[in-house]
Ligand binder design. Sequence first.
Ligand code: B4P
Length: 200
Amino acid sequence: DSDTNTEYMINLILFGPPGSGKGTQAKKLVEKYNLLHISTGDLFRYEIGNKTELGLKAQAFMEKGELVPDEVTIGMLNNKVEANPDVEGYIFDGFPRTIPQAESLDKLLKSKGQQVAALIALNVDDDEIVKRLLERGKTSGRADDISEEVIRKRIRVYNETTAVVYNYYDQFGKSQSIEGKGSIEDIFGRISDRIEKLNV
Ligand code: B4P
């Protein structure tokens, strides 16, 4: 039952500005630690690809570099977690991006006798972000990677709305920050070190 599972579950939040490498690292971490990767960005892109009602709603915000409204995002995230109960833990990638999202995640996990083990933030400067995303935009087909203006807007939204989520988890001693520039393997090593030092 959920009580006996609690101590064995590692629920991680991969955090950082757009293009900081959350998705890249999450894919490597799930292989190593047998966790379920939940990326709200990927979930939205899937819905957009299938032209669902949810996708159409999200698309309008994403194209402009804005956040999709909390009620839409939280509902989708909750469904994904509820649909996958038998896992050793979750890696949340791109969620939570607002304080209400963080509070709702805590509530959801608590209802299962679980909690967030750590938030790991990847630090990357703005110029590097712009460089990476413009590069990805050449092949990704993502509307939000093509123009520097939209990328700068995403960085602004991150600084104004999302960055405080770091402080929110910091009050519980759960936030950790690592250098996000360097090779993908080196960064993966840094994150793995932090995970192995967690008391869960
Ligand atoms: P996301 O899909 O979360 O996208 P992201 O921030 O661009 O990506 P990430 O940090 O994962 O970067 P990646 O590894 O791909 O969000 C997109 C949009 O969806 C948001 O703007 C918003 O509109 C909406 N959304 C999503 N979640 C939401 C939420 N919770 N609430 C509201 N709205 C939400 O890496 C980027 C690039 O860098 C790649 O090309 C990669 O190859 C490269 N790279 C990675 N690591 C590198 C390294 N070490 N060195 C050099 N390049 C590297």
